[in-house]
Design a protein around this ligand. Structure first.
Ligand code: GLC
Length: 555
């Protein structure tokens, strides 16, 4: 794992960060939970259009839209059955075009989620592929001969069970890294790659502003050698895709790579533009699981390791790569519940976490509701959960004899549904999300935590995010400043500097609910405060619970 470097390199000029997405902030919309316009209890595209002004007020530059393509919804759209059409549940292609156009009017770009590692088993290609070994689509997927009941090897699928599923008509197994309904595409087949590139070009022609590439590190798998992530041909394929598609436009492209290291990230986000704009990696988010075990096997957050990990990434990519900055997404629990405090310090700790993240180099991502300090789902029973990963894990562990209480403990801490409850717009029924029955329960705290009560209130979490986004636009140092971690071994304080040719900035935070001393603040008594979640008396060096802020001065 990466650690901070000892010596500061030559500072890069501000002009080195001249790509639009280096000063941008991206907002992730999880469409089924954002805004329903039809009353069927599921969010949709027209609902998103109706909330564009809200996102404009927040100040974001792009919307990453989780998948809205036709899909049987086995994995909430990450199982695509037609890449060139919209699922009727979300609307029509006309609605999509309108969303792109309406967003553009507000200077917001739409970033599509591309799931290219696998399709749905209901995609036309797979239906054809199953018809026979000599079908032209057969080789679009990954097949191995075998005997029923004796899979080619013991590889496991991410959502439980074997990664191989038997098709009796063909006497063959197909390979799937996720659910049985998500067969892996065969990227070694040039025809598959061409189909994908043509589809990407088709979306580019519709005016989308970029792409998020789902589990892209897994496309070049070699199942016979049990290789899933980082296959030998991975970067060759990504470079080809980038050349054939992305490089023909001015896009933001972000590769999701759970297995990325800083060295690999330099390839993904090479400033020469040969792969993607940036990488979306999870090392920091995986620090609180037991080593070598699954994400459900919890262990306390090693705070010092978290600081050093983030610092290491900051320094490793300085001038030679670009990272995404995030705490939350649709696969993670809500950060304020997870590493903050969703009790009395909810607002304060939400602002603290935002300060740390938005002070760093990279492109910040805000997941819907994070800007309100929304909390984990308040479900009590497993029947209230909807996520395939959660439900499969629950069943498997109960079958294996785990204590149901322990399993529920993991579910409450880590289930993806924690972040998938409906967006809390106001204090009306169903939080203003739908007039129907929501597909998943609304969090009971929507009467107090909702957008209507926060927009325009100067001390709200929303206003704090709005201000952070504005600062990134106003000060180059957010994009170009060199990062140095101070007090690295301190068990409670997260404090770092950013430095460019003209300016230096101090980002300080108390990560916990007890007061702690931050002596470096005494060196910054003359600096200007850009943002803070609590006013500071100039000479005070102690930080109250969850106190955080950003100071700046000329060098
Ligand atoms: C990514 C998505 C996740 C999905 C998986 C399979 O990690 O973010 O939601 O289940 O890929 O497509």
């Amino acid at each position: 794992m990466c650690e901070q470097k000892k010596e500061r390199p030559a500072l890069m000029p501000a002009s080195a960060c001249n790509k639009w997405w280096q000063k941008a902030v991206v907002y992730q919309v999880y469409p089924r939970s954002f805004q329903d316009s039809s009353g069927d209890g599921i969010g949709d595209l027209r609902g998103i259009i109706s909330r564009l002004d809200y996102l404009k007020t927040l100040g974001v530059d792009a919307i990453w839209l989780s998948p809205v393509y036709c899909s049987p919804q086995d994995d909430n759209g990450y199982d695509i059955s037609d890449y060139r059409d919209i699922d009727p549940m979300f609307g029509t292609l006309e609605d999509m075009k309108q969303l792109i156009g309406e967003a553009k009017k507000r200077n917001i770009r739409i970033v599509m989620d591309l799931v290219l590692n696998h399709t749905s088993d209901e995609h036309r290609w797979f239906k054809e592929a199953k018809k026979g070994w000599d079908n032209p689509y057969h080789d679009y997927y990954v097949w191995r001969d075998g005997k029923e009941g004796v899979p080619p090897n013991d590889m496991k699928a991410a959502f439980g069970g074997s990664a191989w599923t038997w098709v009796p008509e063909l006497s063959q197994y197909y390979f799937h890294q996720f659910s049985v309904k998500q067969p892996d595409l065969n990227w070694d087949n040039p025809k598959v790659r061409r189909e994908i590139y043509d589809m990407i070009l088709w979306w580019m022609a519709l005016g989308v502003g970029g792409f998020r590439l789902d589990v892209i590190d897994q496309i070049a798998k070699v199942p016979d050698e049990k290789i899933t992530a980082n296959g030998p041909k991975l970067h060759e394929y990504i470079r080809e895709m980038s050349r054939e598609t992305f490089q023909k436009g001015d896009l933001i492209t972000v590769g999701e790579a759970w297995g990325a290291t800083p060295e690999l990230a330099k390839l993904y986000s090479n400033p020469d533009g040969s792969e993607f704009s940036m990488v979306f990696q999870f090392q920091h988010m995986m620090l609180d699981q037991q080593e070598g075990r699954e994400k459900w096997d919890l262990s306390p957050l090693p705070f010092v390791k978290l600081k050093k990990n983030l610092a290491g990434w900051q320094q490793a990519l300085y001038g030679c790569g670009w990272n995404s900055l995030f705490w939350d997404n649709h696969d993670l629990p809500r950060i304020v519940s997870h590493w903050g405090n969703d009790g009395v310090y909810r607002e304060k700790s939400a602002k603290m976490l935002a300060t740390i993240l938005h002070g760093m180099q990279g492109t910040p991502y805000i997941y819907q509701g994070e800007e309100l300090g929304m909390t984990n789902a308040d479900f009590e029973s497993i029947d209230q959960f909807r996520d395939i990963e959660t439900l499969n894990m629950y069943r498997e562990r109960i079958e294996k004899g785990y204590d149901p209480e322990d399993v529920m403990c993991s579910v409450h801490a880590k289930s993806r549904d924690n972040a998938r409850t409906p967006m809390q717009w106001d204090d009306s029924e169903n939080a203003g999300f739908t007039t129907g029955t929501p597909w998943i329960g609304v969090n009971g705290n929507y009467k107090t935590i909702n957008a209507a009560s926060q927009v325009g209130r100067p001390d709200s979490v929303f206003s704090y995010y709005q201000k952070l986004i504005g600062l990134r636009k106003a000060y180059d140092i957010f994009a170009d400043g060199y990062f140095e971690l101070l007090m690295p071994e301190d068990p409670q304080i997260f404090v770092y500097t950013r430095t460019d040719e003209q300016t230096e900035m101090l980002v300080y935070a108390n990560f916990y609910d007890k007061e702690a001393d931050c002596p470096v603040l005494s060196d910054w008594a003359d600096a200007q405060c850009l943002i803070a979640n609590e006013d500071r008396a100039p000479k005070r060096t102690a930080l109250h619970a969850y106190e955080a802020g950003i100071l700046v001065r000329k060098r």
